[in-house]
Design a protein around this ligand. Structure first.
Ligand SMILES: [Zn+2]
Length: 213
């Protein structure tokens, strides 16, 4: 029997009926436009006490998840750190896995890495701190306590990506009284439904479906 195979070397570009440019108007008249999203430029607004404001290159790109592409089950940050910075001080958990990526940002070689970053996985007696000095990816399983995350030495720029498999960024925090608190944060972006309002992570836009709204 003759084996039919798809030859990637001779495959032709698919000919779409229509080409779209990413304006809001064009998106409305397209079928798949809601799945294609242009990154807005963001500037970090939160700096912890004692840290330099210019620890990270501005602007930064973030994928804010379902508010930007309806139905998305993940969100991701793309930041380049250029100075030591204590990014995340408080232990927390998530309902899904989270992945942290550390790569060199002296492009184009992502292995050109010169930084020392400390990251803790686990809680209490189980806790282990890992010292990252090379390009690294870390999986944080759902429900596992983690942090602090401290960029202690940054001798060359570091590309940091945090990926969380939830429609919006957030976490579960233990309170001193033994209770827990879920906190969500969607960045300094405006509300999807009210341009005069800042996003307060109400979650309404997470209910949207990409193909019928
Ligand atoms: Zn986390």
């Amino acid at each position: 029997m003759e084996e039919k195979r798809f030859d990637l070397r001779t495959a032709q570009e698919a000919d779409a009926q229509k080409k779209y440019i990413l304006t809001e108007e064009e998106k409305k008249s397209s079928r798949f436009g809601k799945l294609v999203f242009e990154f807005p430029q963001e500037r970090n607004e939160i700096v912890a006490q004692g840290d330099p404001e210019d620890y990270v290159v501005k602007p930064q790109a973030y994928f804010r998840g379902a508010m930007q592409i309806p139905g998305s089950q993940f969100n991701q940050s793309y930041q380049i750190f250029v100075k030591p910075f204590f990014l995340d001080r408080i232990q927390h958990r998530h309902k899904t896995d989270e992945f942290l990526v550390f790569l060199g940002a002296s492009f184009p070689n992502v292995f050109d890495f010169d930084a020392k970053i400390e990251f803790t996985l686990g809680k209490g007696e189980e806790a282990e701190t890992y010292v990252i000095t090379k390009p690294t990816i870390i999986r944080i399983p759902a429900g596992e306590y983690h942090c602090p995350l401290h960029f202690k030495e940054v001798n060359k720029p570091v590309l940091f990506l945090a990926t969380l498999f939830t429609p919006m960024f957030g976490g579960i925090y233990d309170l001193p009284d033994g209770k827990t608190m879920e906190m969500y944060y969607n960045g300094p972006v405006q509300c999807k439904y009210d341009a005069n309002k800042k996003c307060n992570a109400c979650g309404k836009c997470l209910q949207e479906d990409w193909h019928n709204t």
